[in-house]
Design a protein around this ligand. Structure first.
Ligand code: ADP
Ligand code: ZN
Length: 725
């Protein structure tokens, strides 16, 4: 017997499979989708079996497979197909696709680390011998107590007992130690107060046909009870013996949502998110491979879990940009979800209070089925939204807080209600300039100014992580004239403490949540009213449900509005609308203050009126006029290299190649500098393709990609449907 094996090898050109002989002792064990260890040249490498062959056509002698890496790990037929789709649709190599689908602990790699966790237990070797031991050693009271416990059927952990006693019992051959595989995360027992769906929820619930493929867009305002309906669908699916995947964005949301699923499904849930340890992730994956769970809740990569017998896939907050991976392979979890739903002939539900324009447009065209929830559950009302013109506040020398927001915070604190403040920039000052000579700190490898972090007294590049300690004098003219500009969350925290010394303030951003469990701890503490004010970046914008929050303040609504990108309006609307939706979710009415220098901007005004539909209409018009998605598809091609001039000349060659080979209706724009123009000492040029239908596109891009594999001075990055250009 023979096997086709694709192997991991650094070079793209080696995206090929090789035939190996299956040694006699592994015939019948080795199967398609397994990870194996094979000789390659002088090395030994890992690979995936893609095919089992009865005979081989080659006449040279074949090498043998050395061993199976982990017999429990098999990419099933569906996942092999998913990998193929991933590779075809993003132009990544097949091996990269398969690697992407596995948790890091199971990815192909040289160094071995055993992630299996065990608990050690004491077991009796022989009952009669044990009784004899008791009779012969009446004075060994401690040993006898252990034996009696074991005789009565108790389970004793080695680590709970006395080392001396256990060693003596093992030495006398009465007891031995047995290992039992355990999981790091254990949630026992459900704890559910079943909610009865409202009439509106029930209608949505019944609109989804659980027996066949369809993509549904559930457009429901914040707090309209979407999550509750997800749970009911999954109940029904699980009751019929099938399983479900729920995707949630990669932000603070994961833990709160996961808690609701644990309540509803107990130990039938596996979770995946970025703050799990590698070991925890490995365990959760094992539970799925062993068929011990039916529900998976997780972030983007959870779309690849090997759940069998899928019954439904749900993507919550489907417009979140965290569903798109921004390094190779640049896939969108929504596309993989559509593939898997189709494959399994099951429904896919995309939920959001601010659907992406792409999804809403598809729903309007009837490609997706539209489901709507227009009211909050119970009597909760949407909050009242106030727009503050910061240009006028500046004249009053209110640089950070407007009078209105200050008053509102004061009143809210007096009523003992809670406050959320959003500032989408971390750090203390976003740039430092010398007022004497004009010197500005910039990253030596990227082309951006360094952000000052006061708590560590460091200047940090937010692109590449470069750090340096702050100087007290200007490094250029040596005067004491360094000035701090731009507002970050760290400085905001300081300001609030100054203005409201009695308020209990907690900050949530990348800097305060670096340690494991911090995220969860901040959210829980805020929920338990250990703090009055939660301030943070977009991390705090979505999904959080705190009944006591009656005030939301957006310190600077313009941060994302001013980004030169075709989606900045959509991103800003979603962010502001979502964070506003954190206010007044229960019985206390909510108020939201939005501080902006663009009070007349249509995005801000649609947020003010809680009017997604109007925003959608205006934004669609703009997209149509400028030939952007959803009217056109985009591909971004980046040419990246160390030499500025070669990058430019290669970019020109790419443009010409595309013009020569693509359909004449396809638009290929001239090269421009990429959004991040210089990163890690490399220059980045970008070429944008806009198309509706182009049958030659995939083949042309594939050829182009292959040409660049052989070019040493530049490399190519191809991104289909980029979220930022
Ligand atoms: P969404 O996911 O749309 O933001 P949630 O499902 O989180 O909405 O619901 C908002 C709040 O209303 C939650 O606190 C939830 O527990 C509660 N809720 C939802 N549905 C019901 C129901 N049918 N009966 C009672 N409370 C409900
Ligand atoms: Zn940098």
């Amino acid at each position: 017997m023979y096997a086709n094996v694709i192997i991991e090898y650094g070079v793209k050109a080696l995206n090929k499979s090789f035939i190996y002989k299956i040694p006699q002792n592994l015939v019948g064990i080795i199967n398609v989708g397994m990870k194996v260890y094979v000789p390659f040249g002088k090395q030994e490498v890992f690979g995936f079996v893609t095919e089992i062959l009865d005979h081989n056509a080659t006449d040279y002698e074949l090498k043998e497979i050395i061993r199976v890496d982990n017999p429990e790990l098999v990419l099933n037929k569906e996942l092999m197909a998913v990998g193929k789709y991933l590779s075809d649709s993003t132009l990544c190599s097949l091996i990269t696709a398969y690697q992407t689908m596995l948790p890091a602990s199971l990815k192909i790699k040289k160094q071995k680390h055993n992630y299996n966790l065990y608990e050690e237990y004491l077991v009796l070797n022989d009952k009669t011998k044990a009784l004899e031991y008791i009779k012969n050693n009446p004075k060994r009271i401690k040993q006898i107590a252990v034996i009696n416990d074991l005789l009565s059927g108790k389970k004793l952990r080695k680590k709970d007992g006395s080392r001396v006693v256990i060693t003596a019992l093992v030495a006398s051959n009465i007891v031995s130690i047995e290992k039992e595989s355990i999981y790091r995360i254990n949630k026992n027992g459900k704890n559910i107060t079943e909610k009865v769906l409202t009439k509106e929820q029930l209608q949505v619930y019944n609109s989804v046909d659980l027996t066949k493929y369809n993509t549904y867009l559930l457009y429901g305002i914040t707090g309209s009870g979407k999550t509750e309906i997800y749970i009911k669908w999954i109940k029904s699916v699980v009751n019929s013996g099938r399983s479900a995947i729920v995707l949630v964005p990669e932000i603070g949301l994961t833990t709160q949502i996961a808690a609701r699923f644990y309540e509803a499904f107990g130990s039938d849930v596996a979770i995946f998110h970025s703050s799990l340890s590698e070991g925890e992730r490995y365990d959760e994956y094992l539970k799925i491979m062993r068929g011990e769970v039916h529900v998976v809740v997780g972030t983007r990569s959870a779309i690849f879990v090997p759940l069998v017998n899928l019954g439904i896939i749900i993507i919550d907050e489907e417009d979140s940009s965290s569903y798109k991976q921004d390094n190779n392979p640049r896939y969108h979890a929504r596309d993989i979800a559509i593939f898997r739903s189709n494959y399994n002939n099951i429904p896919l539900v995309l939920g959001s209070a601010t659907p992406s324009l792409e999804s809403k447009a598809r729903a309007d065209k009837g490609v997706y089925k539209l489901l709507r929830l227009d009211k909050r559950v119970g009597n909760a009302q949407l909050p009242a939204i106030h727009i503050i013109d910061m240009a006028r506040e500046m004249k009053k020398r209110n640089m950070i807080f407007s009078d209105a927001l200050k008053d509102a915070i004061r009143m809210c604190l007096a009523r003992q209600e809670q406050i959320i403040l959003l500032l989408n920039r971390r750090g203390f000052a976003t740039f430092i300039t010398c007022s004497n000579c004009g010197f500005t700190y910039k990253c030596p490898s990227c082309d951006i100014s360094l952000t000052y972090h006061k708590s560590t007294n460091n200047l940090i590049c937010h692109y590449c992580g470069y750090q340096k300690v702050r100087d007290s004098l200007c490094p250029s003219c040596h005067n004491d004239a360094l000035n701090y500009y731009g507002l970050g969350t760290e400085k905001l925290e300081e300001k609030i403490k100054e203005l409201f010394p009695m308020a209990r303030v907690v900050r949530m951003d990348q800097d305060t949540t670096r340690n494991k469990g911090r995220h969860e701890a901040i959210i829980n503490d805020f929920k338990e009213y250990k703090y009055d004010i939660l301030l943070g970046t977009q991390m705090i914008s979505k999904g959080l449900d705190f009944p006591k929050v009656s005030l939301v303040g957006i310190i600077n609504a313009d941060t994302s509005l001013n980004i030169p990108d075709y989606r900045s309006g959509e991103v800003t609307f979603a962010l502001l609308h979502q964070v506003a939706g954190r206010a007044g979710r229960s019985t206390i009415p909510g108020n939201v203050y939005i501080q902006t220098f663009n009070p007349d901007n249509y995005v801000i005004n649609c947020v003010k009126d809680n009017n997604y539909d109007l925003f959608y209409l205006q934004e669609m018009q703009f997209r149509k006029n400028l030939k952007y998605p959803p009217y056109y598809y985009l591909v971004s091609i980046k040419v990246i290299g160390k030499e500025y001039n070669t990058v430019i000349s290669n970019a020109k060659k790419v443009k010409k190649y595309l013009d020569d080979n693509l359909d004449h209706n396809t638009i290929v724009l001239e090269h421009t500098t990429a959004y991040i123009f210089k990163f890690n000492n490399e220059y980045r040029m970008q070429i944008i393709i806009k198309y509706k239908i182009d049958k030659k596109l995939m083949a042309t891009l594939k050829d182009l990609d292959n040409i660049f594999v052989k070019i040493n001075d530049s490399r190519l990055e191809i991104d289909f449907n980029p979220l930022r250009i």
